[in-house]
Write a protein that binds this ligand. Sequence first.
Ligand code: ZN
Length: 562
Amino acid sequence: MKTRTQLIPFLVWTMAMTFSALSSAGDLPDLAALQKMNARLTPVDLSADVSKLPAGERQALLHILQAAKLMDVLFLRQGWAGNESLLLDLIQDRTPLGQERLRAFLLNKGPWSRLDQGRSYLPGIPEKPAQSNYYPAGATKAELEKWMKGLPAKEKEKAEGFFTTVRRSPAGELVLVGYNQEYQPELSLAASYLREAAKWTQSPTLKDFLEKRAESFLSNNYYDSDVAWMKLDASIEPTIGPYETYDDEWFNAKASFEAFITIRDDAETAKLDKYATELQGLENNLPIDPKLKNPKLGALAPLRVVNSIFSSGDGNRGVQTAAFNLPNDDRVVLQMGSKRVMLKNVQEAKFHKVLSPIADVVLSSTDRKRVSFEAFFNHILMHEIMHGLGPQTAFIGGKSLGMRGALQEHYSFIEEAKADIAGLWAMKRFVDQGVADKSLGDTMYVTFLASCFRSLRFGINEAHGKGIALLLNSLLDAGAFQVSPRGKFSVHAEKIPAAVSALTCDLMTLEAHGDKEKAQAYYAKYVHLRPEVQKALDRLIHIPIDIAPRFVTAEKLLAAGK
Ligand code: ZN
């Protein structure tokens, strides 16, 4: 369910304290401090080419956008009961401090700073409630647990499910309320927008999704529309509804409303098709014991490359989502797998606003010149693909065992490191074979090196950061990455290909053998910030953490539609 945080570093909003602009718990930021805090998310225009869409599709898009805007309202209400009235107050405060506070509120979708461990930046705000607004304000987690235990099986399933809130009746009893009742006015309106959009589109799969999702908003049953979303094959690729459960810190059960309204990138999608036909060849040539290779790979889970024109709710707060993996309903995943959606223009913005400035600071001047978006983007793609290649189960004493079970707490970071390093290995092979553009051969290693520092800024307390620390430190030890006395990092062109192959082999073999001891040894040796790496990170303090999108294409469409 939580594939987004596990697989995508951009979503991790717990930051190293170095980047915190709030000094201590009781302090409220003044205008200057708040401006500094907000500047960590740097504004950027997000656009996509909609000029080639037929007029009917543009009309459909307009109505989809109107539905998507409603997800902001719902997400605010789900976060905290006080959010909507607080927003109205902030809008009326025309002082410079008031306006900066409004900006902070819109960036964070609430009065708690997501880059500062959820501390409030406004006066008179309580601590962020761990249960958000999914459960009654005065209730405790223990009370909820006890109540759920006593429910009949069917009710219990709903109580633990994605799409219900728990409220208190006038008599003080806990009661279940479906999202379709709890959020009835907004969901009815959203459903009518989606139905209107369905009338305009000429794409049968888009029409089907829109109609079924409208129905879900009213019936509270999302299964059919999740299936329709998996089958989407249209120029407009919308994701809209209740999805992720991060904000329910009590039970990780309740889904937050969000939308990603995107336009499919046909050129990139064609490139993906080309890669997909080469996967068995990659597997057959992995630098590992032939016995560990899979002679017959299954189908690749669907991957879409899109450009975002609008996101809202949980899909647009704090650090921006660059890719996501949905749906979360296990029944759909078992039946059809899940779909990975890559938001290309969001990744582009992150590249230009964050990664490029980082490269200026940490790389040697020759290597700096070779950092490229193509390499950055292709590596993210190959990372996703390589999760599915190489050994997928561990064999211990001849017995097959789940890798997660064998490696336990070390599984996630080893698997993330494997996907990253094998992604580099695969890119080199594609370049050598002429499947990928030759220029990538020159740019991919230096781009990955710069990207290591971008990822490490999100901390090494989650799988992706740990995996990056492992790779960066072991490639430094292998001499494949080097650091100059002035603290500039560079790639050793002769040493890097062999080092990447060796590390790919080591990690895949470790996984195949379920070798927890070796995983532990990797962890102890490599998963920390060495002084030369920490020094480089300290020099990045002036560079934004992430982007704050301005949806210029969507705004234009909405303005023209009025
Ligand atoms: Zn991953």
